[in-house]
Design a protein around this ligand. Structure first.
Ligand code: ADP
Ligand code: MG
Length: 695
């Protein structure tokens, strides 16, 4: 029977139930899956040399005759060697294999083989260690550019390569084309068959790059088609009309808004009156005053008798927002409640009842706001503050929540991500940029110091406190990483919570016995956290020792010094967020990054932070230094996983793909044309968790 893309791998010789299970682990069930399983890298095995001419610095193929029966020696427990001599017309080569006893049975004296590996020279002798080999004349994996696949235990690269070889040879016929012909033509993209064939078994590196370009484009095109559809879908959707005048709201503020704040509020006001559902991102660096802009939205919603939910990434921030909003909006008659994971029992029940009855206008909280059992009488506006995890998928799911019409959605972000990435992550949103800080701010002076400066630094803390200011000291702690938006993994094991607690106590007892030191971390009960934070906020504490729970959003304008311990363990953007906790008032402010790391990269990173206060620039630098893989940590952006495209390297292509996608979706919003059927299916698959949204 001929193989097709639907043929299960179990029907192939050499794939029994045990292997099939392992292949399943790699997501491989059918021949078609193999076509989609992409090599990680390639080995150029095309070069074939005489032994004497073999290059010393890179592997190549040599065609030789095995001159003797392989000899095995047991060197010690866990180490055996198989040695064999081979010859061609130019020289003799000694070949050694480590711990591959079976080779003794495989290599036969008097037969010719192709070996692929580096030919080393030892004086007049030639040697190879652990080369790959095949019988001459039956070569499958030498003399070509060899794909190297991601593997799992029990599945060798040769096995996989054998399978993909068959898939490429036998299952490419009639492979349907997902890219519309016009798009392929406009962007000079090769056909899907050519791309599949050459991504696995490239004819040469030019063919590989042509193949890869097409596959990257296709992936980004499918992604951006999905985003464009989402955006389109929602801008079609009727939205509640919620008129509100920024001027009128501004009278409630204790300051007069900056130009950027005014512009953002105008954008929002226009959206809320447009009759369509708002989907807006407000981007502004730390300290640009996004809270006031969010408050405007909440105010406008309440004024029109619909409810608003304001979601923050941590309980701490939710509590602070509740305080701020209460102060601003209660005088205007807005009824407010706080709903976090710590609100339980009777209290919670009463709150939920009030929410469902419409007795609450603004509810502030964490993601608990959208958990099961939370019902709104009329949810008209959702605001997500610093919620980097509030990605495409979550926003899309929300659109379902609002009953009659989808709620308006407003996302606030300090955008510690490069612009190009924001383009995709927030690709379905309209954007207001707040590129202006409130007046009277001086940039935070930043220093990176070693352990040697610790005593001087403590002296500086005292000086700040004597001047009436307050100080943060932040330590990394492993236990809380779960509830924070973290930009990448920490580079080393952070202190455990106990170590952090001990450090705080020692600071109080030994270093600052005369100062008021408080301590807060994610494991404290909400009430305790709240108590410490509000004590700090009203000036009842001089020094706040904390884990990264204060990373985003915390706002105490009197604080003027931020100290970060083990600074090398944080991402740059994360440090920038932390630094953003100071310099929020009129006082000259400082950030001290303490590190005992000697690593060159670590120092370079911290230096980058000392050199600039521009969040965008820092994000770009972060991306450059850490590479795109680390930048996001794992799937924190809520976007589908990409297989081929590289967020950093393929940016140019992303722009192309995005424009093409927007054009296509504008012409055929539902991707309903027959020519777009496969594309539509791919979009749905890529966003599989939200497949329903694209049906
Ligand atoms: P972020 O954009 O980081 O969320 P916030 O909204 O927390 O910034 O504002 C930072 C600080 O600046 C707060 O203390 C806030 O009260 C203050 N602030 C905001 N807007 C203005 C303004 N127009 N004039 C003066 N101070 C402002
Ligand atoms: Mg904020």
């Amino acid at each position: 029977m001929p193989l097709t893309r639907q043929t299960p791998l179990t029907e192939l010789p050499g794939v029994g139930p045990a292997r099939a299970k392992k292949l399943e682990k790699l997501g491989l069930g059918t021949m078609g899956d193999l076509l989609d399983y992409l090599p990680q890298r390639y080995e150029d095995r095309r070069e074939c040399c005489a032994l004497r001419d073999a290059p010393a610095d890179r592997p190549c193929c040599v065609s030789v005759l095995v001159a003797e029966t392989p000899r095995i020696s047991y060197v010690r427990r866990g180490l055996t060697l198989v040695k064999v001599k081979a010859v061609d017309g130019t020289a003799v080569v000694n070949i050694t294999f480590f711990n591959q006893d079976y080779i003794r049975e495989v290599l036969r004296a008097g037969e010719s083989y192709v070996f692929y590996g580096t030919v080393e020279r030892q004086g007049n002798l030639f040697a190879m260690t652990n080369p790959v080999f095949e019988r001459e004349g039956a070569a499958r994996f030498t003399g070509l550019i060899m794909p190297v696949y991601p593997l799992t235990a029990g599945i060798s690269n040769n096995l996989l390569a054998g399978l993909t070889r068959r898939a490429v040879d036998e299952c490419l016929d009639g492979l349907p084309e997902a890219l519309p012909a016009q798009v392929r033509k406009n962007h000079q993209l090769c056909q899907t068959q050519y791309a599949r064939k050459n991504i696995h078994y490239p004819a040469d590196f030019e063919a590989l790059s042509i193949a890869r370009r097409r596959l990257v484009f296709e992936e980004l095109f499918v992604l951006t088609c999905g985003l464009a559809q989402l955006k389109d879908r929602r801008s079609q959707g009727a939205g509640r009309v919620l008129p509100g005048e920024p001027e009128e709201f501004a009278a409630l503020l204790p300051f007069s808004p900056t130009g950027a704040q005014r512009r953002a509020m105008d954008d929002i006001a226009a959206d809320l009156q447009s009759g369509k559902a708002m989907n807006r991102l407000v981007q502004g660096d730390v300290g640009s005053g996004k809270t006031a802009v969010a408050a405007f939205g909440a105010w406008a919603a309440a004024k029109n008798g619909v409810q608003c939910a304001l979601m923050a990434p941590t309980e701490l921030l939710a509590e602070q927002h509740a305080r701020t909003m209460e102060a601003l909006l209660a005088p205007a008659g807005v009824r407010l409640a706080l709903l976090t994971g710590s609100v339980k029992g009777k209290e919670k029940k009463a709150l939920l009842a009030a929410l469902a009855a419409g007795e609450i206008d603004l509810v502030v909280g964490t993601h608990a706001l959208f958990s099961q059992g939370v019902e709104y009488r009329d949810l008209g506006l959702v605001i997500a503050d610093e919620q980097h995890r509030f990605g495409v998928a979550q926003r899309a799911a929300l659109a379902e929540k609002g009953g009659a019409a989808p709620p308006h959605v407003l996302v606030m972000s300090a955008t510690p991500i490069p612009r190009t990435l924001a383009l995709i992550i927030y690709g379905d949103l309209d954007v207001s940029v707040m590129d202006e800080l409130p007046p009277g701010r001086t940039p935070v002076s930043t220093f990176a110091v070693g352990e040697g400066k610790r005593q001087r630094m403590y002296g500086f803390v005292r000086k700040q406190v004597q001047a009436g200011r307050q100080v943060y000291i932040v330590c990394p702690s492993v236990e809380e990483s779960g509830d924070l938006p973290q930009w990448g993994e920490l580079s080393a094991a952070p202190m455990d919570l106990k170590a952090v607690t001990t450090y705080a106590r020692e600071l109080q007892e030994k270093v600052f016995p005369d100062l008021r030191v408080g301590f807060v971390h994610g494991k404290l009960k909400s009430k305790e956290k709240e108590a410490v934070m509000s004590a700090f906020a009203v000036g009842g504490l001089d020094v706040l020792v904390s884990t990264t729970v204060i990373e985003v959003g915390v706002d105490v304008p009197n604080a003027s010094l931020m100290i970060v311990e083990n600074a090398e363990r944080f991402g740059l953007s994360q440090l920038h967020q932390l630094r953003g906790r100071v310099g929020r008032g009129k006082h000259e402010s400082f950030c001290v990054l303490v590190t005992s790391s000697r690593s060159e990269t670590a120092r370079e990173r911290l230096k980058a932070l000392c050199a600039t206060n521009d969040g965008f620039q820092i994000a770009e630098e972060d991306l450059r230094l850490r590479g795109p893989g680390d930048f996001f940590g794992k799937r924190q952006h809520g976007l589908p996983q990409l297989k081929v495209a590289d967020f950093a390297a393929d940016m140019e292509l992303l722009k192309e793909a995005r424009e093409a996608a927007q054009e296509l979706v504008a012409a055929d919003p539902g991707l309903k044309r027959p020519a777009h059927r496969l594309l539509k299916k791919k979009v749905r698959e890529l966003f599989e968790e939200n497949g329903a949204l694209f049906s």
